[in-house]
Design a protein around this ligand. Structure first.
Ligand code: NAD
Ligand code: DAU
Length: 331
């Protein structure tokens, strides 16, 4: 199988590529990545001999056509992925998430290539803290931020290309991932690296917002399960029953790093901040027989802390720029 992985130098994509190269000998992997601030060659250093890496943009029609025509499967991870950045400047999100997805869809349509679209639970908007329901594939779309609205738009394009043009596509909407190689602008690595450098964790607002955490390896085993057994046109929700409020996560990180669990600061809240996400992943479990492996969040978090402690050279050079951006936002 020849697989084209867009965004394969980012957080989830690089974990996908590393795991695939490690465990699936017959798969020929090509990565297409623009190497924005969020992409890193060093995330692929363990597999660089086994993987072809192409630096380029998913909106580049000629390049995308060339790579897609030589592939059996496209797994589309590439995106602008950070909500806070989308509030500061939405344009790259429209460009990459909407136009980029459109470009890939036209190519897989032209060359009749199987396509999997990686998306987010944020397309469904948010839930109240006391809402007993969770997101399912029947929940109406109701995105809040420029990021999530462009992801929602891209999902709609995929559905339309399946129905109108018979494109062989599946979709997945996953909850918040954590694990190695996540950019330090994101919540968990930002707090871990703050503590490692002697700074205090920063909690937006009161910290009551809930995220439904899943280890990145579990997200990626689910993507493979969909590639192998999913039904064309279907949307699969991926989650691991990992709901926790942000303040509890910060306290757990501090405790696991041997600090006072109350030693964090509250900073200005994110405008339009979604309150809670929660995924009903029963279709993945009951129909596709997928189950998450990392069900103990505390253990997964400890391993993630150890990874950032042991891989300072992977993140250290980015830290000042990331914190300067946050400081400008008051966060
Ligand atoms: P990331 O920001 O870590 O990585 C994105 C990658 O895409 C980077 O390597 C970047 O260089 C590349 N990229 C950006 N624009 C590009 C372009 N125009 N052309 C080619 N490459 C480009 O993102 P991530 O957290 O790994 O997310 C991957 C996908 O998973 C995204 O589609 C995101 O919406 C989705 N998702 C993420 C999460 C999460 O918790 N991180 C949860 C659910 C879904
Ligand atoms: O739900 C899936 C989504 O999860 C993905 O689609 C996105 O690509 C991914 O970035 C993530 O979005 P969030 O906005 O939930 O993730 P983030 O890491 O930015 O923030 C997680 C929570 O932590 C959120 O409630 C905001 C809060 N936060 C974040 C930062 C960076 C803080 O309290 N302090 C911080 O310093």
């Amino acid at each position: 199988m020849r697989i084209l992985v867009t965004g394969g130098a980012g957080f989830i994509g690089s974990n996908f590529v590393n795991a695939t190269a490690r465990t699936r000998g017959g798969v020929e992997i090509t990565v297409l990545d623009a190497f924005t601030y969020a992409g890193s060659r060093s995330s692929l250093s363990a597999v660089c001999d086994a993987v072809k890496v192409v630096e380029g943009d998913i909106t580049d029609v000629a390049l995308v056509n060339e790579l897609v025509s030589g592939s059996d499967v496209v797994v589309h991870f590439a995106a602008e992925s950070h909500n806070d950045n989308s509030l500061a400047d939405p344009w790259p999100f429209v460009q990459t998430n909407v136009i980029g997805t459109y470009t890939l869809l036209e190519a897989v349509r032209r060359y009749d290539v199987r396509y999997h679209h990686v998306s987010t639970d944020e397309v469904y908007g948010d839930l109240a803290l006391d809402d007993p329901t969770k997101f399912t594939d029947r929940t109406p779309y109701n995105p809040s931020s420029p990021y999530s609205s462009t992801k929602a738009a891209s999902d709609m394009l995929v559905r339309a290309w399946v129905r109108s043009f018979g494109v062989q596509a599946t979709l997945s909407n996953c909850s918040n991932n954590y694990g190695p190689y996540q950019h330090i602008e994101k919540f968990i690595p930002r707090q871990i690296t703050n503590i490692l450098l002697g700074a205090r964790p920063k909690l937006y607002g009161a910290g009551k917002n809930v995220r439904d955490w899943i280890h990145v390896e579990d997200h990626n085993t689910a993507v493979w399960r969909i590639l192998e057994s999913g039904s064309i046109g279907r949307t699969y929700l991926i989650g691991a029953n990992g709901e926790l409020d942000n303040q509890s996560v910060v306290r757990m990180i501090l405790e696991l790093m041997g600090r006072d669990p109350g030693d964090f600061e509250h900073v200005i809240d994110r405008p339009g901040h979604d309150m809670r996400y929660a995924i009903d992943s029963s279709t993945m479990r009951d129909e596709l027989g997928w189950h998450p492996h990392y069900t103990n969040f505390r253990e997964g978090l400890q391993a993630t802390i150890d990874w950032y402690r042991d891989n300072r050279n992977w993140w250290e050079n980015d830290k000042d720029a990331v914190e300067a951006r946050y400081q400008a936002q008051g966060a």
